[in-house]
Design a protein around this ligand. Structure first.
Ligand SMILES: NC(=O)c1ccc[n+]([C@@H]2O[C@H](COP(=O)([O-])OP(=O)(O)OC[C@H]3O[C@@H](n4cnc5c(N)ncnc54)[C@H](O)[C@@H]3O)[C@@H](O)[C@H]2O)c1
Length: 57
């Protein structure tokens, strides 16, 4: 049932403050999340907990 609503979402700036929280919510609801970030102001540390579970690309 959930699979039907599952989406693949691209989050630009996903390792930043707002983007990382958005990634959290999207992963939480079961979406495939692709995070695009050049780490200019963001940090891998903001999304490290998601990378561990391999639920974010
Ligand atoms: N703990 C806190 O309360 C806290 C912490 C940080 C920031 N803030 C506030 O949040 C706001 C800023 O948050 P935000 O999420 O908009 O900014 P941000 O800088 O945290 O996120 C922007 C992201 O975009 C990325 N980025 C920039 N240019 C890019 C490019 N060309 N290609 C790919 N990625 C790119 C950056 O590396 C960064 O990860 C400010 O108001 C700031 O004061 C609050």
């Amino acid at each position: 049932m959930r699979e039907k609503w599952k989406k693949r979402v691209l989050v630009t700036g996903g390792a930043g403050f707002l983007g990382s929280h958005l990634c959290d919510r999207l992963v939480e609801r079961g979406d495939d999340v692709i995070c695009l970030d050049n780490f200019y102001t963001g940090s891998k540390g903001n999304i490290a907990h998601l990378l561990v579970f391999n639920c974010l690309n």
